[in-house]
Write a protein that binds this ligand. Sequence first.
Ligand code: NAD
Ligand code: TYD
Length: 458
Amino acid sequence: MTTQPSPLSPQSSVLTPQSSALSTQPSVLNPQPSDLSTQPSALSPPSSTLNPQTSDLSTQPSAPKPQPSVLSSSQSSVLKPQSSVLLTPHSLLITGGAGFIGSNFVHYWIKKYQEDRVVILDALTYAGNPANLEPVANHPQYRFVHGDIRDYDLVVNLLQEEKIDTIVHFAAESHVDRSIHGPDAFVDTNIIGTHTLLKAAKKVWLDRSSEELESSSIAQSSVLSPQSSLCRFHHVSTDEVYGSLGPDDPAFSETTAYAPNSPYAASKAGSDYLVRSYFKTYGLPMTISNCSNNYGPYQFPEKLIPLLILNCLAGESLPIYGDGLNIRDWLHVDDHCRGIDLVLKKGTVGQTYNIGGNCEKTNMEVVEAICRLMDELSPNKDSAPYSSLITHVKDRLGHDRRYAIDANLITSELGYAPTESFETGLRKTVEWYLANQDWCQNIMVGNYREWIEKNYEK
Ligand code: NAD
Ligand code: TYD
């Protein structure tokens, strides 16, 4: 990257909300006027039908028992989130399971739910790494499928063959900087890919049960009917769909209007809308989680925290964009996995949950904390502090200033609370990278080297 001011830099007046033609009109992309985010929305939880104490659904025993349809579009033209019988996954399709969060989730699930079938679908892009799954690859319930989420026939076959009842959708192009250099892949995977999965889930879970309903009275209680809550499409999304916060703004809640700024964030927002639409239009049982920045083991070292750890080890500069005062809300990946588990098992169908770490840090605070840990755990041979490697470089285009998650909904409704503090989580993470040098060396080749050259103009 160069140090030239860019026409797209945040300083540029053409992109400020005050002057932009995009922002002066009620925009079709702005969910405020719709029922999506600002009203006591169709997706917001306060409706009494959502209260486990008052819901007619929750007066039933909690065993998974087919209910009169609350999701059936024949009864309601606008579907609302419904708490219902609890989902008990038995056979999961985990897309993007060879990536950072996906692989951590596979480890988490296999350890906690030994009996469940875990099928991973991953295209093994530069970010997918079979080594992330090695520790669980011999588990009897584990199956890895090398394939693309955009392959409709493959997905339909997998859903049928494995009797998948739960899709946990992580697969994505996930790096903001790459989306600035090449947005097309983000539209292809994040939007088209998510839509392909939705179409396949609808085909197998909904269309089949409708066909069965027509041909068989027994199928009235089909386990595959959407209202039975025995299937679920869980979409993993990001806080970046909400845009950027000012220093004193309240944290993002589930009702914050979408305002994505990067091609990555826009593609994730598009995928969120598609998931929502399949619930609203067809009754596909879904949940969405929008989480903050994750960190932990197996993260590809293009993202800030592993990049800084590995650059320390290599004695290379620690590149901090701009003034380094951008704020992110850091979430240890294990806490994220616990949050998704809660949403799957206890979450309200049709609902979005924000998952955060309650841990806002500036990038300077992050790099300084990593340098201190590295000084302690792997001191420089010449004893120079690692902080001497910190280098401010040209800012990212459209760099969001601050993200922060208001996790009150998942906390109050599902009992979520992060268990790692930044101090404990970061220490574990640095220790993991130090103990797994082979893993690091094996991925810091080829595509990774090319990316580093390109992004940092080495
Ligand atoms: P990652 O880049 O580490 O992994 C993505 C995985 O998806 C890789 O294994 C890759 O091979 C796979 N993949 C990509 N395109 C595919 C395709 N077309 N078909 C099948 N597989 C494909 O990403 P991550 O950091 O683990 O993020 C996982 C999810 O969480 C993403 O949806 C991301 O948007 C979301 N998220 C991540 C963070 C974070 O801090 N990492 C924060 C919020 C949300
Ligand atoms: P990143 O890990 O790319 O996550 P995201 O863009 O999804 O938040 O970046 C986290 C923060 O660190 C973000 O403010 C950009 C900044 N950053 C740097 O300062 N230098 C870097 O080399 C990278 C990769 C990120």
